[in-house]
Design a protein around this ligand. Structure first.
Ligand code: 3H9
Length: 678
């Protein structure tokens, strides 16, 4: 087998090159090749400096995640990097693309780092439930200081080459098209000077002078890191870089890394990493399917949803024509979009110029004819089959042939909508989640006749607009809302049987959701879909609407809200629920948190199993992708289907039976068989 590492001599500089597509992950062969190359450079008197660079799209993007959990084969990354750093000939990392995780640690073990302007550097291990494990938490603070290291190690988001230069992580920015030549010149300029080693740096003393730094940082991240193990371990490791010797610090890092690696959170988050990438692949649509060029998008409806959907495309530089029925609605909608952009600019997340650029790509219209030359039209009108059919009929008449017609429906039959056109192959569901410019998920609904190129185009487009997409077949509520309805059904039943609604919410908060079903109802508005007749009361929701408890916007819904939107349970609502339960003859009893949790979550897994059995999802992990990105299912459990496997499918079956809830045959079979869904 040929090594992915080769070397080239440029006078007295040895250039070590990795060619390990797609992302130059640091698998065993790469590590071995790197170590050999450094040893070659050290033992060759003709070589006075070394440059390490990568072929292809990126510098090393990290350890090879597919090796995790398998028996280790040496050399390991820490020893490879120690060999590199120990060299007394200058070693220079020449960075392009993304130097991530172990890749950033390679750069840290080099004596110098040069990067092209478009490069990014980061330690994203926390996103895999880990911390850096090749001395990154020890070298980085010694090089750039604890204060600058903390956001990188704990947040996991990469920074630009320019920012990296600002904190001292990059020594020089070099030409975008002359990386190798510039890196060689840089290396030559350092020959004969003592080599600076990050492990011997002293910048970490900022954390010694100000030991409160770590607690302050932890407090500032409290909301983001709630429930996650890795960020706290990351803070501990960076702190250790200030309080321990380098060797002890590395030992501490290793202990924390090993503990996280063997825990369930990292297994779940690694599962998610591959799940997100798998979700993009459609079994019967080949990778090389020709795509339909999308240069102009039409959106029907300038309400909250239509506006949010449009913003995705505008932000990605794709022109949008937005259609409304009245000038008033159009002005209101486009006004809201501008306000949203301006608020983002106020927070410093975009410039005033970028706001104008995005809004400059928007064409408001009252005429369907203006959609004629769009490559994709997304309908975001009222959820009524009759209305949708009318809209699609009109689109079929005016929009050019070959264009994609998409519905943002959240539960209606996409096949029936498609049948309202003469081109059902070009009809697809694109279910965005509110707020559509922010929420990551795009549920792509594949109709019976949806063409492969239409699906492939929409999947690719989802990446362009920064969404995570998963494909669902046509069934009521698709993957997400279909499972949500099971949870909501149990939530409603539980409060009728005596559980307090705030306890139901608390159980889900404790599990790791950002909010529970009743909080969610208050946030969305309890009056959504209400018939507006206060005398007609057949559900708890209708009873709340009848007394003006419309949710947060009214200052009261299930909860009472103060001016700071802090919620407290309401006696009035408790009475309304009790009256309802009495009217329906429901006996009240104490319900344990455990029962609440099982009854909320287990039926979702059962529904997920049915979705798989019916082929409505291609794989269990697609369901996890939907729930993590669309509904706040905690990432560190890996999503409903992975979580179910972690606690045991037989446990789910037993729990459902214990509570007298239905168990699908498919779930039973899987529980009795392999114990997993794959
Ligand atoms: C680490 O380094 C631990 C160390 O501290 C300690 C060691 C002791 N390994 O995302 P894409 C695959 S932890 C294996 O679609 P993009 C990926 O699955 C690691 N495979 O491309 C996909 O395969 P497929 C820290 C990997 O351009 C293909 O490459 N590093 C790895 O949108 C293309 O990926 C990270 O967490 C890997 N490390 O984005 C970085 N990375 O085609 C993780 C990717 O079969 N990676 N693959 O579906 C990324 O963030 C993105 O992949 C990257 C490219 C930004 C690099």
């Amino acid at each position: 087998m040929t090594s992915p590492i080769r070397t080239e001599r440029h006078d007295n500089v040895l250039v070590v090159i990795s060619d390990n597509p797609p992302v130059n992950a640091l698998g065993q062969a790469v590590r071995a090749g790197l170590k050999d190359a450094i040893e070659e450079a050290m033992s060759d008197d003709g070589i006075e400096a070394v440059v390490i660079r990568c072929d292809g799209r990126t510098f090393f993007a990290g350890a090879d995640i597919t090796e995790f959990g398998k028996p280790p084969v040496g050399p390991n990354l820490p020893e490879t990097l120690d060999t590199m750093e120990a060299s007394d000939k200058p070693v220079v990392a020449a960075i392009h693309g993304t130097a991530l995780g172990g890749g950033c640690e390679v750069a840290l073990a080099c004596h110098y780092r040069v990067a092209v302007p478009s490069a990014k550097l980061g330690l994203p291990e926390v996103k895999l439930g880990l911390i850096p494990g090749a001395a990154g938490t020890q070298r980085l603070p010694r090089l750039v200081g604890a204060e600058a290291a903390l956001p990188l190690v704990v947040g996991g988001n990469p920074i630009s080459a320019k920012k990296a230069q600002g904190i001292g992580l990059v020594d020089e920015i070099v030409g975008e098209d002359s990386l190798e030549a510039d890196a060689i010149a840089f290396a030559k300029s350092k020959i004969g000077q003592p080599v600076p080693r990050a492990s011997e740096g002293t910048a970490n003393e900022d954390g010694v002078r100000d030991p409160d730094l770590f607690d302050r940082f932890r407090a500032s991240q409290a909301r983001k890191i709630r429930g996650f193990d890795a960020p706290n371990a990351a803070i501990e490791a960076v702190k250790a870089a200030g309080t321990m010797s380098y060797a002890e610090g590395v030992k501490k890092e290793r202990e924390l890394f090993t503990e996280l690696m063997s825990g369930t959170q990292s297994a779940a988050m690694r599962h998610y990493f591959f799940a997100e990438r798998a979700a993009n692949k459609i079994d019967d649509v080949p990778k090389d399917t020709p795509l339909i060029p999308i240069e102009k998008v039409g959106v029907i409806g300038a309400g909250t949803m239509g506006g949010g959907i449009s913003m995705n495309f505008l932000s990605a530089g794709i022109p949008v024509t937005i259609l409304e029925m009245s000038q008033d609605a159009l002005d209101r909608g486009t006004g809201t979009m501008r306000k949203n952009y301006e608020n983002t600019a106020k927070k410093g997340r975009m410039t005033a110029d970028q706001v104008e650029q995005a809004m400059g790509l928007l064409t408001p219209t009252l005429s369907y004819d203006d959609l004629a030359d769009c490559d994709l039209v997304i309908e975001a009108v009222y959820e009524s089959m009759d209305v949708k059919k009318e809209v699609f009929g009109k689109l079929d008449e005016v929009v050019k042939q070959g264009a994609i017609l998409a519905s943002n429906t959240s539960y209606l039959d996409v096949n029936e909508i498609a049948a309202a056109t003469q081109r059902p192959g070009y009809v697809v569901g694109m279910h965005f989640f509110s707020p559509a410019n922010i929420m990551k998920l795009l549920e792509v609904v594949r109709g019976e006749k949806t063409r492969g190129d239409v699906l492939a185009t929409v999947m690719k487009l989802s990446k362009t607009i920064g969404k995570v997409a998963a494909v669902s077949g046509v069934c009521p509520g698709f993957i997400g809302n279909r499972m949500l309805s099971k949870r909501q059904g149990q939530a409603n039943a539980l409060i009728m049987e005596g559980a307090n609604y705030w306890e139901v919410d608390e159980v889900l908060l404790d599990f790791g959701f950002p909010m529970g079903p009743f909080q969610m109802g208050d946030l969305a508005g309890i009056d959504i879909g209400w018939h507006r007749d206060p005398s007609k009361v057949t559900t708890v929701r209708e009873a709340l609407c009848a007394v003006g408890r419309f949710g947060q916007k009214a200052g009261k819904g299930f909860y009472d809200y103060d001016e700071a939107r802090q919620r407290t349970p309401s006696d009035e609502v408790k009475q309304i629920i009790a009256d309802f339960a009495a009217k329906e003859g429901k006996e009240q009893r104490e319900i344990s948190k455990n029962e609440i949790r099982e009854r909320l979550l287990y039926p979702m897994v059962n529904e997920g199993a049915k979705i798989l059995e019916e082929g409505m999802a291609q794989r269990a992990s697609d369901i996890d992708v939907v729930w993590i990105n669309g509904y706040g299912w905690p990432l560190y459990t890996g999503g409903p289907m992975f979580w179910a496997q972690t606690i045991g499918l037989d446990t789910i079956v037993e729990g459902l039976e214990k509570h007298g809830l239905p168990v699908s045959n498919y779930l039973r079979e899987r529980a009795a068989g392999s114990g997993n869904f794959d």
